[in-house]
Design a protein around this ligand. Structure first.
Ligand SMILES: CC(C)(COP(=O)(O)OP(=O)(O)OC[C@H]1O[C@@H](n2cnc3c(N)ncnc32)[C@H](O)[C@@H]1OP(=O)(O)O)[C@@H](O)C(=O)NCCC(=O)NCCS
Length: 170
C-alpha cells in the first residue's frame, strides 16, 4: 500500500472512490473538486492510498478558521475521507488519517477539526471539541460528533472560538 500526495492524474479515480464510498452520491466528490479549486486547498493534504496502480482511498484536509472576537486562527478541517467499499475495514482509512495528521503537524497546523462518527475518530486522538471552548454554529450537530485533534501540543489552550467552515462546505 502506497500512501502519497494526490496528483492531477488521480482526479478521475479519486472522484470514483468518493462517489462509491458515499453510496453513489455526487455531493462528496463534488465537494472535493470545489475545495481543490478554493484558496483553502493545500495540495499536500490531499492524500491517496494506492495499490497496484489503483486508488483505493482518499482523504482531504483543508484550511478553515476559528474566530475569536477579532482574532482569526487558522486550523484544518478533515473532510471528506473515503475508501472504496470493497476495501473498507482493512485499515486504509486509518493509514490515511494518521498520515494526514502527521502532515498537518509538519506544516505547523496545530488543530484538526471535523464532524464525524464518534466511535471512529477517538482512536486517532479526536475528542469532543466544545469542552475546549470551540464552537460550531453553521451546522446543528451534537457535542459528540464535533471533534478536534490537537496535533501540536498547547494549541487547544491557545485556540478558542467558533469554527467557520468555508463557503465551499455550506
Ligand atoms: C469511514 C471510512 C473512510 C473508514 O475507512 P476504512 O478503511 O474502512 O477504516 P479502517 O479499516 O481504518 O477502520 C475500520 C473501522 O472503522 C469503523 N467504521 C467504518 N465505517 C464507519 C462509519 N461510517 N462510522 C463509524 N465507524 C465506521 C469500522 O467498524 C472499523 O472499526 P474497528 O477498527 O473498531 O473495527 C470508510 O468506511 C468509508 O469510506 N466510509 C464511507 C464514507 C464515509 O462515511 N466517510 C466518513 C465521513 S466523511
Amino acid at each position: 500500500m502506497i500512501i502519497r500526495t494526490e496528483s492531477k492524474s488521480d482526479y478521475n479515480q479519486v472522484f470514483k472512490v468518493n462517489y462509491e464510498a458515499f453510496r453513489n452520491r455526487e455531493d462528496e466528490p463534488k465537494l472535493v473538486e470545489k475545495i481543490r479549486n478554493s484558496e483553502k486547498f493545500i495540495p499536500e493534504l490531499s492524500i491517496v492510498a494506492e495499490e497496484n496502480n489503483q486508488i483505493l482511498g482518499h482523504i482531504l484536509l483543508s484550511k478553515a478558521d476559528v474566530i475569536e472576537e477579532d482574532i482569526n486562527h487558522e486550523v484544518i478541517v478533515l473532510a471528506p475521507i473515503a475508501v472504496k467499499p470493497e476495501f473498507q475495514n482493512k485499515g486504509i482509512g486509518s493509514l490515511l488519517i494518521q498520515e494526514g495528521l502527521k502532515r498537518c503537524k509538519n506544516l505547523g497546523y496545530g488543530l484538526v477539526l471535523l464532524i464525524g462518527h464518534p466511535t471512529y475518530y477517538p482512536k486517532f486522538g479526536f475528542k469532543p471539541a466544545r469542552q475546549y471552548g470551540l464552537e460550531l454554529k453553521q451546522f446543528n450537530v451534537t457535542d459528540e460528533v464535533f471533534m478536534v485533534c490537537e496535533v501540536i501540543k498547547g494549541e487547544l489552550d491557545r485556540i478558542k472560538g467558533e469554527l467557520r467552515y468555508p463557503e465551499t462546505f455550506l
